[in-house]
Design a protein around this ligand. Structure first.
Ligand code: PEP
Ligand code: MN
Length: 288
């Protein structure tokens, strides 16, 4: 739309065109996104933990109870999974959503789960506190618009081949429909490097915080794809100014149906939470 182009501001320090609604120029104060009573974008850093996919009641509840006792405030878990191969586990569907809701009732953990299709938004919204739009759908424009029309907070993950400008424009689609409860998530991008699953672009954190008023969180699990590396990258994300973390944690990573190689065990997660508390203090913040 040419009219909107005219409003796009250029922040000279970054050389990026920032769309008006997500940009800090028209709205300098950071937006606080409230997800089921939990605030993203303030002083406190929020940790979201849980399996890549909901696999069973036992898996979800064992993992959920443990991450809660280690200090996580939110639980993640996909019920509809965007798998590269159509022959791999696609998620439990609505049964998975029901388990997530039950877990919320039992533990008080606030829930985020992915939506892949406009036709799923009403169903998924009726079960969850926040809807996730994944990396593969960051430029699914009908989905962005529909999420903008819903009244749910949206976790928007960076497209694996998207620039910062494209990421901000994707978020602008959601805000344009009247929903400003959007959290941006850096989750790694594709580069020439093959030793890690993706290249976690931690420079995106200070860059996004500079350009937009929206909260920014980091997913070190998909960002590097290696369980042993996740703690280092999680700590670095907090040091870099991230407003939160979303991490894959599994009660039995070695038998996970999805992304076990990058999922922390319950013990590894507990230790990491203790370390993160110390890093947070060093940058004048706290882990919620
Ligand atoms: C996920 O968080 O489950 C996921 C599929 O991540 P991404 O969209 O970042 O690949
Ligand atoms: Mn995953």
């Amino acid at each position: 739309m040419y009219k909107m182009e005219a409003n796009i501001s250029i922040i000279p320090v970054a050389g990026v065109s920032v769309p008006p609604k997500v940009g800090r120029e028209m709205r300098p104060d950071s937006t606080i996104v409230n997800v089921g009573g939990i605030e993203f974008g303030g002083t406190a850093i929020v940790v979201i933990a849980g399996p890549c996919a909901v696999e069973s009641r036992e898996q979800l509840f064992e993992t959920g109870r443990a991450v809660k006792s280690s200090g996580a405030k939110m639980m993640r878990g996909g019920a509809f999974k965007p798998r590269t191969s159509p022959y791999k586990f696609q998620g439990m569907g609505e049964e998975g959503l029901k388990l997530l809701r039950e877990l919320r009732e039992e533990t008080g953990l606030i829930i985020v789960t992915e939506v892949m299709d406009t036709r799923q938004i009403d169903l998924i919204s009726s079960y969850t506190d926040m809807i996730q739009i994944g990396s593969r759908n960051m430029q699914n424009f009908p989905l962005l618009k529909e999420a903008g029309m819903s009244h749910k907070p949206v976790l928007l993950k960076r497209g694996m081949m998207s620039t910062i400008e494209e990421f901000l424009l994707a978020a602008e689609y959601i805000l344009n429909q009247g929903n400003d409860q959007v959290i941006l998530c850096e989750r790694g991008i594709r580069t020439f490097e093959t030793s890690t699953r993706n290249t976690l672009d931690l420079s995106a954190v200070p860059m996004l915080k500079q350009l937009t008023h929206l909260p920014v969180i980091v997913d070190p699990s998909h960002g590097c794809g290696l369980r042993w590396m996740v703690p280092s990258m999680a700590k670095a994300a907090v040091a870099a100014g991230s407003d939160g973390l979303i991490m894959e944690v599994h009660n039995k990573p070695e038998t996970a149906l999805c992304d076990g190689q990058q999922s922390l065990s319950l013990e590894e997660f507990e230790k990491l939470m203790n370390d993160l508390r110390k890093i947070a203090v060093a940058v004048d913040r706290v882990i919620l």
